[in-house]
Design a protein around this ligand. Structure first.
Ligand SMILES: Nc1ncnc2c1ncn2[C@@H]1O[C@H](COP(=O)(O)OP(=O)(O)OP(=O)(O)O)[C@@H](O)[C@H]1O
Ligand SMILES: [Mg+2]
Length: 286
């Protein structure tokens, strides 16, 4: 089904002198199975928005529907929503607290009422899904590398079988290899499980490669919403709000301005290479 955000506004410390209007009349619909990138300058409202999607924050105004149901309605099962819409916070490794990896990942399913045996099955499945082999099950989370800790944290959410997986800056603070590993893993999960993924990121380069749709936030509002190609066409406006399109967008624009007849919609290095090759190939035939 879908997540629908309707006219949602959120104000921190409402009525106080220091109130902050973090979200202003946000409207969105995210269908099942979509891979969405949520991008925006620091303070633009990304984390605030995603915390609404699983009910951690309650909109000051507006409504949210999950699979057609108003989550603020009477007797709405909020607990169930939190397990269906799994949220992995920024720096989730700080939330690992059990003595071993398996126990840590069992925590979520145990909390949902599954038996120890069922929880362990779910935990093991989730750990394998994020590429953590059996040999780590009894390791202390503190012995792992940064990227591994983050995988374990993601497994902790996956073990609850969410329909939607939201990741707040999952690559922050990782080296390029750790970053690619996590993003490839998320992309694999999305393909294997068909779940909806919402990926919050600062990096256009990261998201351009993976997502079906990009939502750009600025000062609590949705500024652009479309495929990466559609959004990057607005690269000059993106700069005005402190964001940049991927490097290749600039390269292709520059080539075009210098007279090359290339398709400027390339968003990854591979696409840019193909576009340039196509242009050069076309030239040879002249
Ligand atoms: N707990 C809070 N109390 C008061 N104001 C807050 C709180 N959390 C966030 N804000 C403010 O709300 C606005 C939106 O913040 P939010 O954390 O949602 O942005 P963000 O896009 O996630 O930023 P970042 O990229 O830095 O994570 C900012 O002005 C921020 O200062
Ligand atoms: Mg944030």
């Amino acid at each position: 089904m879908s997540i629908k955000v309707k006219n949602v506004s959120y104000t921190y410390s409402e009525g106080m002198a220091y109130e902050v209007h973090a979200l202003k009349d946000v409207n969105l619909e995210i269908p099942d199975g979509q891979f969405v990138g949520l991008i925006g300058h620091t303070g633009s409202g990304k984390s605030t928005l995603i915390q609404h999607l699983n009910g951690l924050l309650r909109a000051t105004e507006g409504k949210i529907y999950f699979n057609g149901k108003d989550i603020y309605g009477d007797k709405y099962p909020m607990r169930e929503l939190r397990s269906k819409v799994g949220l992995v916070f920024q720096y989730p490794e700080y939330q690992l607290f059990e003595t071993d990896v398996l126990k840590d990942v069992c925590f979520g399913p145990r909390n949902l009422g599954y038996s120890q045996k069922e929880a362990e099955e779910k935990a093991k499945r989730a750990l394998r899904m994020v590429g953590m082999g059996e040999e780590y099950d009894s390791s202390s989370p503190f012995e792992l590398s940064g990227g591994q800790k983050r995988r374990v944290a993601i497994a902790g959410v996956l073990a609850m079988d969410p329909e939607v997986l939201i990741l707040d800056e999952p690559t922050a603070g990782l080296d390029p290899r750790g970053r690619d590993e996590i993003l490839d893993q998320i992309s694999y999960l999305k393909r294997e499980r068909g779940i909806t993924v919402i990926l919050v990121s600062h990096s256009m380069e990261d998201v351009a490669r993976y997502v079906d749709r990009l939502i750009v936030m600025n000062q609590g509002q949705v500024r652009f919403d479309g495929t990466p190609k559609e959004v990057f066409r607005h690269y000059r406006e993106l700069e005005e709000i402190g964001l940049a399109a991927p490097q290749v967008t600039y390269l292709m624009q520059e080539l075009k301005e210098k007279g090359a007849r290339v398709d400027t919609d390339a968003t990854t290095v591979e696409e840019a290479a193909d576009a340039i090759a196509a242009w050069l190939g076309g030239q040879e035939q002249l």
